[in-house]
Design a protein around this ligand. Structure first.
Ligand code: CP
Ligand code: NVA
Length: 304
């Protein structure tokens, strides 16, 4: 495929404007309603989505594969084991070759620099399906889920509890783009990247004590203590993060209308209590489902 104009990539939430992001969330809810009404909507017929995954995935893989299929297109799932990428073919060459054939690419990998290098040589939109630095697609689903359950997030207070990781960084960017306050309760030594935090200005603050930070929060979010690639640190992290579990006590400190979110997979008894995540009114399953609806809106925006 040759494309004279520069493709629009989605490597972080900062790649789209606040207006585009808000429109995308609204569109995600429309696409969800159309699907539930049995409406066939396949504007991406004969389009192909390449999917390069260097890390495991349940939600991201299924939501993109099913999402592109529902839109009329077709996914090609690629792992380093099956491609020449795993045998050392340069990213730049892979990007030049693959993007002459596919219409969009999702990449899940370790370094953010890898998706940036791929995008620099890509003729088609590149989507970050998670790196060590960011997980922007998850934030689309989280913002859609908050909007569907509680309305506009602008001006609200969000509490992040746990590691200053890829999800935390994407929450910091979301605070900028969706205009909410973000409190980050993380143990010392596990702070988010200082530059990403500083760039968000006074919207984001670190408050070490999760109980104090929970006071008046409208949304409480956490994630695993050891991310993919940090498996060897698991035991040290369990020690470092004791006292950082989101449970019923933390939620009681939050606003009475507060909801809890988790990108999943979850470790019950570590970052979240079973009693909280398994509550009857838990929205985490809607949050997981919304990965597909919001990414369909993203594919529509980038590919049409
Ligand atoms: N939340 C999320 O990205 O899940 P997967 O790792 O299963 O894709
Ligand atoms: N922080 C987690 C998110 C998984 C969806 C990880 O990178 O493993």
């Amino acid at each position: 495929m040759t494309n004279s104009k520069q493709p629009q990539h989605f490597l972080s939430l900062l790649d789209l404007s606040p207006t585009q992001l808000r429109g995308l969330i609204k569109r995600a809810t429309e696409l969800k309603a159309m699907l539930k009404n049995g409406e066939i909507y396949d504007p991406l017929v004969h389009k192909t989505l390449g999917m390069i995954f260097d890390k495991s995935s349940t939600r991201t893989r299924i939501s993109f594969e099913v999402g592109i299929t529902q839109l009329g297109g077709h996914p090609v799932f690629l792992t380093p084991k099956d491609t020449q990428l795993g045998r050392g073919e340069p990213i730049e060459d892979s990007a030049r070759v693959m993007t002459r054939m596919v219409d969009c690419i999702v990449i899940r990998t370790f370094e953010q620099a890898t998706v940036e290098r791929f995008a620099a040589y890509s003729q088609v939109p590149v989507i970050n399906g998670l790196t060590d630095l960011y997980h922007p697609c998850q934030l689309l689903a989280d913002m859609q889920t908050y909007a569907e359950h509680r309305g506009d997030i602008q001006g609200k207070t969000v509490l992040w509890v746990g590691d200053g990781n890829n999800m935390c960084h994407s929450y910091i960017n979301a605070a900028r783009q969706f205009d909410f306050k973000l409190r980050i309760a993380c143990p010392e030594g596990y702070d988010p990247d200082a530059t990403i935090l500083a760039d968000a200005g006074d919207r984001c603050e670190i408050i070490r004590d999760p109980m104090a930070a929970a006071e008046g929060s409208d949304l409480v979010v956490t994630d695993v203590w050891a991310s993919m690639g940090q498996e060897e640190e698991q035991n040290a992290r369990i020690k470092a993060f004791s006292g950082y579990q989101v449970n019923d006590e933390v939620m009681q400190q939050a606003d009475q209308d507060a909801i809890f979110m988790h990108c999943l997979p979850a470790h019950r008894g570590e970052e979240v209590s079973a009693s909280l995540i398994d509550r009857e009114d838990s929205v985490v399953w809607d949050e997981a489902e919304n990965r597909m609806h919001s990414q369909k809106a993203l594919l529509e925006l980038l590919m049409m």
